[in-house]
Ligand binder design. Structure first.
Ligand code: NAD
Ligand code: DAU
Length: 350
């Protein structure tokens, strides 16, 4: 597509979405952004600190307007499309935590499937490109000796979160085939970086260690995740949005496959904590996928994308960010989240 002038970003107060807004403000300030977010427990306007919310320009000329609302709200979407005439939509809005989807999937189905479908409808009506942000979890799990997933690998999601993401991917591809929806899908591996909600493994581990608590490692800790710095993901999403072929899927993997137990040890080392004290094995997640790994050669070939962050440096920066932004995560950990934590981990330790 031609370079977009006006973008609708959904879920832009969450972890990756807010990093994408910061990415645009630095590298593409000419793009005008409307950010539609429901501000669920995971959405936080503090993630957008330094960026005006009312459309007034930053010194670099970047304009960002925040709209509090739900992607399922058809009338609101219609109004926003008429008012702003978007060239593209990037859909980050989702319920994103696997453990919560195991406790109840209703909200996951509503936002990740029905909400995503509303975006497909409105994009189709306005002939607007949709970038659907998806995940490696749609492919299911790999055994240690299996080759990484390609975009041709079958979809075999194994938890409710992953199933809703796969459902949205399939709906989007069906809209491409049936109606010519201009849609591109990215499937990335596990992201890490600043402003990630502390329910996810790395920020949970770091903030626990900073508070003198142990890292709860599920099961034996042998599960493998492929870590991708959020900035690399944001660059990949931008490249897929602007250079990707319609109806195509692009894997964006970080290359660094690490067992959880190894990751926990590395974080203990970075924070100067004895792993004997800093790691506690707890009851496993049901249906816990053993390993994710992506073959990202298509993104390299077609988009010119490769991850640039090196994991060791990324982890050092990550620890530094959580050290320096204690107020940000303390506010979250002292609120509603504490109840979730006590219930969830209380059950796992009993
Ligand atoms: P997040 O949970 O940090 O943020 C989600 C955001 O969406 C929040 O700001 C929330 O308020 C908003 N939201 C939720 N429901 C909404 C609704 N109905 N309408 C409008 N806004 C709504 O999630 P994240 O980790 O930033 O993930 C963003 C996207 O990337 C998701 O689609 C997720 O599936 C995908 N993804 C995440 C990762 C990862 O490692 N975090 C990896 C691959 C793909
Ligand atoms: O792979 C991409 C996916 O990565 C995204 O689609 C999801 O939105 C995102 O939440 C993430 O899913 P995971 O389930 O892989 O992430 P999580 O941070 O929950 O867990 C990472 C690994 O760490 C996983 O193997 C489970 C394990 N874990 C997690 C938590 C929260 C623990 O051992 N202990 C924990 O307390």
């Amino acid at each position: 597509m031609a370079l977009p002038r006006t973008l609708l970003i959904t879920g832009g107060a969450g972890f990756i979405g807010s990093n994408f807004v910061h990415f645009l403000s630095h590298f593409h300030p000419e793009v005008q952004v409307v950010n539609l977010d429901k501000l669920t427990y995971a959405g936080n306007l503090k993630n957008l600190e330094g960026i005006p919310l009312d459309g007034s320009p930053t010194p670099a000329g970047f304009r960002h307007t925040f709209v509090h609302g739900d992607i399922q709200d058809r009338r609101l979407l219609a109004e926003l499309f008429v008012r702003y005439r978007f060239d593209g939509v990037v859909n980050f809005a989702a319920e994103s935590h696997v453990d919560r989807s195991l406790q109840g999937a209703d909200e996951f189905i509503r936002t990740n499937v029905l909400g995503a479908h509303e975006l497909m409808r409105v994009c189709l009506e306005h002939r607007c490109r949709l970038l659907q942000v998806s995940t490696d979890e749609v492919y299911g799990q790999l055994m240690p000796d299996e080759p990484p997933f390609t975009e041709e690998s079958p979809l075999r999601p194994r938890n409710p979160y992953a199933a809703t993401k796969a459902a949205a991917d399939l709906m989007a591809l069906s809209y491409f085939e049936s109606f010519g929806l201009d849609v591109v899908i990215t499937r990335s591996s596990n992201n890490y970086g600043p402003r990630q909600f502390p329910e996810k493994f790395l920020p949970l581990a770091i903030t626990n260690l900073l508070e003198g608590r142990a890292i709860p490692v599920y099961g034996t800790g042998e599960n493998v995740r492929e870590w991708l710095h959020v900035e690399d993901n944001c660059r990949g999403i931008w490249m897929a949005l602007t250079r990707g072929r319609s109806g195509e899927v692009y894997n964006l993997g970080g290359r660094d496959e690490v067992q959880n137990i190894e990751m926990a040890r590395r974080l203990c080392e970075l924070l100067g904590v004895d792993p004997e004290q800093g790691i506690r094995f707890v009851r496993d997640r049901p249906g816990h996928d053993l390993r994710y790994a992506l073959d990202s050669s298509k993104a390299k070939r077609e988009l010119g994308w490769e991850p640039q962050w090196e994991l060791s440096r990324g982890l050092e920066e990550l620890v530094r960010w959580y050290r320096e932004n204690e107020e940000w995560w303390q506010e979250i950990r002292s609120g509603e989240y504490r109840k979730y934590y006590e219930r969830h981990y209380g059950e796992k330790i009993d």
